[in-house]
Design a protein around this ligand. Sequence first.
Ligand code: HEC
Ligand code: HEC
Ligand code: HEC
Ligand code: HEC
Ligand code: HEC
Length: 559
Amino acid sequence: MVLTLAVVFMPACATSQSPTPELEPTQARPTRTPPPPATAVPTISPVILQVGEPLSDFRGRYFSASGACTACHQNLEDESGADVSIDSSWRSSMMANSARDPFWQASVRNEIASRPNAAASIENTCATCHMPMASYTDRVEGGQAGIFGSDLLDPDHPLHELAMDGVSCTLCHQVLDEGLGFQASYNGGFEVDLETAPGERLIYGPYSVDEPAVIAMQAASGYVPTQGLQLGDSELCGTCHTFFAGSTFPIQTTYFEWFYSDSRGVQTCQDCHLPEAVGGVRIATTSEFPRSPFAEHVLVGGNAYMLELLKTFVDELGLTASAEQFEITKQLTIDQLQNRSVEIEIEEIRFSGGRLTADLRIKNLAGHKFPSGFPSRRAWIRFVIEDSSGQIVFESGGFDALGKITHNNGDQDPTRFEPHYLAVVQPEQVQIYESIMADANGEITTELMGAVEYLKDNRIMPAGQDKFGAVESIQPSGKAVGDEDFQGGVDGIQYAIDLRQFQGPFTVTIEVLYQSISPTWTEAMRGQASDETVRFLRLYDAVPNIPVVVASESIEIGE
Ligand code: HEC
Ligand code: HEC
Ligand code: HEC
Ligand code: HEC
Ligand code: HEC
């Protein structure tokens, strides 16, 4: 038996002495969920894909890069004949590209631009989750690795290859069960075994593996496959998907949102984000028999835009996935956005006295807020009325070629924002689901390290979230607080439009649109001189920031 010693240390971004008072939701661990029912995943036909560039097989003291694993966990098919290879699913995911992501790199520069004196600690914080294997190794060895200059992005840095491999196989599969779900595990506070020597380190997974297979994997990779059920727990994901800047301001709380939703006890992060393949799968090329359930490593969220950008600039960015693989991941993302994220319910629609009144309910189907995660995400309602000749007579929530929302205060002027609405009566009002951060002067900011409060957070809560019952860090802010129709899982909103001057019948189209980068975030970076900023804005400007239509309904009304 290998002795595992859990060494607890404070992750770089939680250096502040005062622990956050509200970070205690999981003292009682939720019970493990039963295996998920087979979900229908869009089938990727097992055509021979362009397989991408070779992966690094760098071997470090605690972690190895993905190339040490993928030779055997490749060419896998499920019972429907779909290609479910772990290598090709993972390498075009956003997590595999968390270090190469040009938005992330520019965003770190953006943080440093206003706080040059804090550059070292900011870079160290940002590397914690985006370059987790290198960052962890460096911290254990007493370093404080940064990102730029001669630090982790430099090919000559000894941990460069681990850094560029992003959130990789030997990171997730080595996270220890101890401490998961507790405060010290947030902000990238996962722990791995620091004692066991290379060659004997444990790789956790859902199954118990027979001796010959153990020996085969150990001989080839230096890692020993072992059953470890923490891999299936949301708390594992919660280590990085809970991010408090300066250890108190909630930048990302996806795990807390899930914890206080109806999904807890029903569906884990894994159930939705590593969906179950159809039937059994031989999990390695040398496997004797198929295993079930098999978790597909697609790891898709909502970031179709960045996947399109990565696909377009595979060569320039030195990515390992091929354009075809990014296209597949993007399609899976769009599929998730369109089929499992939001529903529009037209509760009532009537036309009388030349006035159209529509009561809508926008329902969130995800296991956390919609949108969740990084605060540049936003979604909004586009409500359009056409007259009998097809002429648009009313539009709230239209957008231009730059992805800016027409009439949105914030897209015209970064010092303003669109409030949450209970009802929309004119085109100048747009219902935008987003979080708006402010700095210590109360001014709107897109800087994570400068934010101290939310002026607005009306992202639709997950079903089951009690508006005020949940921890403070996930409670709504702004006018949504007093909106009685804004409740767990739903926002109710009325559109009341005067159409007396126009001739019916009218066609009403309602869409929910999603954008992973609100243009306010890129505009804030304009004029900065760093290479990473200049490059990102050039790539961004080349890929139109068109929102994804997440849900849509159409209805004809009036005589
Ligand atoms: C020589 C081929 C080979 C290599 C290289 C390899 N594996 Fe495996 N792996 C296997 C085999 C064989 C099994 C067991 C298959 C079975 O029992 O169905 C396995 C099982 C696993 C499991 C399931 C463990 C469990 O208990 O549920 C995980 C997770 C895993 N490997 C991850 C990795 C990682 C991470 C790497 C890289 C460090 C890696 N593998 C490298 C062949 C390999
Ligand atoms: C606690 C872990 C953690 C830390 C620390 C962290 N991030 Fe992230 N970051 C994430 C996660 C998780 C996401 C993905 C959320 C999503 O997709 O909505 C993310 C996403 C992002 C994105 C969006 C990328 C895209 O392509 O849309 C940017 C930009 C970003 N982070 C910047 C930063 C900066 C700058 C820092 C340092 C100040 C930082 N992050 C530190 C976990 C972290
Ligand atoms: C974001 C974390 C994460 C990363 C990165 C990751 N895995 Fe997994 N892996 C999981 C989870 C979660 C499961 C399913 C665990 C469960 O259901 O209990 C899993 C399951 C597995 C299994 C068992 C078969 C299956 O898919 O259910 C193998 C083998 C495996 N992973 C190998 C790999 C390899 C190889 C890589 C790198 C190319 C990798 N994993 C990257 C989280 C991860
Ligand atoms: C080591 C830290 C870490 C762990 C552990 C982790 N993530 Fe992530 N995750 C990230 C980072 C960083 C990003 C953002 C990458 C980027 O956009 O540059 C991310 C992004 C994502 C996304 C967004 C993808 C998109 O297209 O929008 C999803 C979904 C996700 N992670 C799910 C999971 C799940 C499920 C688990 C647990 C099995 C998990 N993550 C564990 C760090 C982590
Ligand atoms: C019931 C299914 C479900 C569960 C459970 C679930 N998610 Fe999601 N997740 C979704 C859907 C659908 C989306 C796409 C819509 C969106 O962006 O919210 C998504 C999006 C995301 C994103 C990208 C968010 C954005 O807008 O940028 C991240 C990151 C993520 N999930 C992480 C997690 C983590 C971590 C957990 C567990 C704590 C989890 N999810 C649990 C369904 C789920």
